[in-house]
Design a protein around this ligand. Structure first.
Ligand code: M6R
Length: 609
């Protein structure tokens, strides 16, 4: 999704804007631009394609100035082009605006502005904001922004500058992320913290429709009605380096290798070796509250949804509470049966995914209790939910989610154990067994990360295929979906995941020697069935690579390649089996020469519907 950076202060704006935009590249974009006030005039440089193209333009004509806004655009309205890139500006070029989000009533506003004589250069929804600001401008930029906001519907994070008032940068958000960075003699806005972390660690998180006025020496926040807003300053403790590649070729592989630490950090001080207590600081659900809950919904998108599928399985198995898992974009439109006896768990790495937030808000309206499982402290999800369980994965930059997924799985286990202990479904002995196995997971993941030769061999032999199948039963079925998603999003190979028992009901018609099959066989109680399913595809010519636990040599006997994983209890195998699947996707994508961290058409954080 689009990225925004804004700067006002003692230093030159352009290098800071460009550095910030580079840090936001992970969000996905297809054009970029900056607007800087140079000698009392707004100068705009923008173009289609990567930041390098913009850099070249800026080398030809430098933009020295101390106030500016920058943008990376992920096209929604209008193709990626120089003209459709942001910043957009009014007719006289005296003000410029950058926008992340979608203006839903832009056609109506556009037609109205056109009837007043405004001419549009681009196909974007954002350009209406520039002209609307112009229409409402009467010598006061703050008032112009307030009046314009009144007219627009949809989602937005906006940064606005005007050469008539070159001492201020005005910003506002609704349903799209925007933070404010507080410096000494300089201040910043950005879509995400890494964009400004080299300059400040002091951050304001903005609520919807809070108007921010930044000057060189201060930041003022008001409601649209003009009432001052007091804000807590967040001090960011992680350093900029955790959002850098640190010697790895790609963020994705760095993040894959960070998983043992991320898993350990997420369990740390919540489940402990010598204690039978589960400590979750930000969840205040009592045994009484849980008694009143008759159903749990887990709602999320993409990888987070796949973690939710594992969550359903373990909460039902351990805590014996019925759970439904829903894709967030479907949930909100199907009039779900939810009320004050429903617990909604939303899972979101970013905590800013538009569909997931809408599900959260719908549930709040219906008086459900909402727990957010998120990786971003201060994100919209963390602020709007009743309770929060943070995944301590650290910043995840690669578009393909890896360490967020494994820490989401850990969070699902922690919640399931917590509920089971709270409602008396689990004896302490069973708890200890699962807890001790969980605490061993980081070392087992480490071991898996060391054994990559077989996966590289598979990638080497199979990267040219255009289709692959993933099969598994029970929890392996859920992990297969995640494995297939990883492969398709970064290597552009068509990958299907199927519950292995479903193959013979249709999809087996597609199986032949051109379709490698990736078989997960970690569920010991389903092993015989799974071996039969592997034989079914082998008989039809498929080459099979299987993933199973150490000692299951029968699986090896029916497969062309086999990866043995350290033993653990059945419910915990997803944390292990996904690791080689992530590596496999990564090596295949690298072989194919794909842009692993920034796959085409994808954005890290999907902040529009
Ligand atoms: O930030 P979220 O966890 O809410 O994001 C949800 C999905 O957009 C995300 O998991 C997406 O599917 C990833 N690209 C998967 O690798």
């Amino acid at each position: 999704m689009c990225g925004i950076v804004g700067y006002i202060g003692k230093n030159e704006a352009t290098p800071i804007l460009m550095e910030g935009l580079e840090k936001l590249e992970y969000r996905g974009y297809d054009s970029a631009g900056v607007a800087v006030i140079v000698d009392d005039k707004i100068k705009i440089k923008k173009c289609k394609g990567r930041l390098k193209n913009l850099e070249k333009k800026l080398e030809k004509e430098k933009l020295p100035g101390n106030i500016g806004i920058g943008h990376t655009r992920w096209a929604t309205h209008g193709e990626p082009s120089d003209t459709n890139s942001h910043p957009h500006f009014n007719k006289s070029g005296t003000l410029a605006v950058v926008h992340n989000g979608i203006i839903e009533n832009y056609i109506y506003i556009k037609e109205w502005l056109e009837s007043l004589g405004y001419e549009f250069q681009s196909d974007t929804d954002t350009e209406v904001i520039a002209h609307l600001l112009d229409y409402n401008y009467d010598g006061d930029l703050i008032e112009a922004v307030s009046k314009s906001i009144d007219k627009i519907e949809g989602s937005y994070a906006l940064g606005v500058i005007s050469e008539i008032e070159p001492d201020k940068l005005v910003a506002i958000r609704k349903d799209s992320p925007l933070i404010v960075g507080l410096g000494e003699g300089e201040n910043f806005i950005a879509s995400d913290i890494p964009a400004i972390l080299n300059h400040t660690r002091k951050i304001y998180m903005l609520e919807d429709r809070e108007l921010v006025i930044l000057s060189k020496d201060g930041v003022e926040i008001k409601t649209l009605e003009g009432m001052p807003v007091e804000k807590e300053v967040y001090n960011i403790t992680w350093d900029a380096e955790s959002a850098e590649k640190g010697g790895y070729e790609h963020f994705m592989i760095k993040e894959i290798y960070e998983q043992p630490k991320a898993i350990r950090d997420t369990m740390n001080s919540r489940i402990m070796k010598d204690s039978d207590d589960i400590v979750i600081d930000d969840i205040n659900l009592t045994a009484e509250d849980l008694k009143n809950i008759n159903r749990v919904f887990i709602v999320a998108c993409g990888t987070a949804y796949h973690a939710g599928m594992v969550g359903k399985y373990v909460i039902e198995k351990l805590a014996r509470i019925p759970v439904e898992v829903d894709i967030a974009s479907e949930f909100r439109y199907r009039n779900p049966l939810i009320d004050e006896n429903t617990l909604l768990i939303i899972i979101s790495q970013s905590g800013e995914t538009a569909d997931t937030l809408s599900a959260l808000r719908l549930a709040k309206k219906k008086n459900c209790r909402v727990i957010a499982v998120t990786n971003v402290v201060g994100s919209s999800a963390s602020r709007e939910a009743d309770d929060v369980l943070y995944t301590w994965a650290g910043p995840e930059i690669a578009v393909a989610s890896t360490k967020a997924y494994t820490t989401q799985l850990i969070s699902m286990y922690i919640l399931a154990l917590y509920f089971a202990r709270l409602n008396g479904e689990m004896e302490v002995e069973e708890y200890r067994l699962i807890r001790d196995e969980m605490l061993e997971l980081p070392d087992k993941v480490n071991k898996l990360l060391e054994d990559k030769e077989e996966l590289q061999k598979f990638a080497n032999n199979n990267f040219g295929h255009m289709d692959m199948f993933y099969i598994g039963r029970g929890l392996d079925g859920a992990v297969s979906l995640e494995g297939a998603l990883k492969l398709k999003e970064i290597s552009y190979i068509h990958a299907e995941a199927y519950a292995a028992g479903e193959l013979k009901h249709g999809p087996i018609a597609l199986i032949d020697e051109d379709i490698p099959v990736i078989a997960l066989a970690t569920q010991n109680e389903l092993l015989d069935k799974m071996i039969s399913n592997i034989k079914e595809v082998v008989t039809r010519g498929a080459k099979v690579i299987s993933f199973t636990l150490e000692g299951n040599t029968d699986v090896g006997k029916v497969s062309d390649q086999v990866i043995y994983m350290p033993k653990t209890i059945s419910i915990l195998t997803p944390v292990l089996s996904v690791i080689p699947l992530q590596l496999l996707s990564y090596y295949v994508a690298v072989h194919r020469g794909c842009d692993v961290d920034k796959p085409k058409n994808l954005a890290k954080s999907v902040t529009v519907e």
